[in-house]
Design a protein around this ligand. Sequence first.
Ligand code: SER
Length: 412
Amino acid sequence: MTSSEIRNSFLKFFEERGHSIVPSSPVVPYDDPTLLFTNAGMNQFKDVFLGTGRRPYKRAVDTQKCIRVSGKHNDLEEVGRDTYHHTFFEMLGNWSFGDYYKKEAIEWAWELLTKVWELPKNRLWATVYKDDEEAEQLWKKVTDIDPTHVLRFGEKDNFWEMGETGPCGPCSEIHMDRTPGGNAPASMVNAGHPEMMEIWNLVFIQYDRDASGKLTPLPAKHVDTGMGFERMCAVLQNKESNYDTDVFSPLLSRISEITGKTYQASLEDGGVDRSRGQTGSSVSIQQSEIDVAMRVVADHLRALTFAIADSAIPSNEGRGYVLRRLLRRAARFGRNLGMDKPFIYKLVPTLVEAMGSSFPEISQKREHIEKVIKGEEEGFNNTLDRGLNVFNDIALETLHSQFQKEGYYYRS
Ligand code: SER
């Protein structure tokens, strides 16, 4: 299945079960000053959960554009070094606003994963909140999951909160065992192992947490689910790395064309970054650095394009500053690809071609996005060149005095 087919089959599955397909909200949440970027599918439905807003539907399905650039699970400096964290990503979700609850959420998740997408049941694990007897029993009753694959965890893993205060509730996550043998032990679940991948989070929203930490039951119970689209594409396309899926491969090919460098992580080792703490690798450090740089550029280009399409602009503060940092990080890594002239903007048409039909705003604003990125690249390259020249001068000076000290110039 192509990534477009995967996205559409998720939407269609829930549409057939009475859900309205709703558009993603902008990735720049202008009506919520507490939030730099939209970071979860539920942001646009916060008011419905709290009972202060209404929608003309009780069931919805969508793919939400999200940007996460900070927080303990997504340190910007790490993006590109591994093969499954991103600054920009899509979160597929189905929603119940005071309508169905745990039973249908669990039943349908299992049906989509195992019947429609035909994932092997023996590789799937479900976690539930430590007190959630009901969810544990439902997994055993309404699905044919291996009963030993249903595990309980505490607040950290299985109680989802949107922030310090606000709508929250116990959640049930589905994890996929991607080890070669498919017989990973239970101890690998929630242990930060990349081969035991969390693929879907079903949140049962039922409380509002106030500033003192107290939980008050909400007037109605809701379902909020979130599935990382790029990860699911890697699973369904049987790729070890998100960057080997068709979500990223057109961008990596275009980066190759422009820079004359080749992306080799996928060929050699499934995208493991060998430059970190490993020696004796058959892939040279230099190639590994090229692979990292190509992933950084592809990732950041997506975040920049979608944020600029939703009217953000690089600047020196707030959201704009985050965009500036992203652009500069991509441009710095671009230097590892031998690029000291603007080139990132040239990738925009490739992204538009791949994603413009699902997100028309990037097609409509293509020229504007290119212009903004190009202008920002030019500005930064000039700054960087000046900085590098100063650095080179200082380095030469230092070398010169070192050589003098060592008498290097007087040796014959
Ligand atoms: N709100 C949950 C999350 O962001 C599920 O969508 O993970």
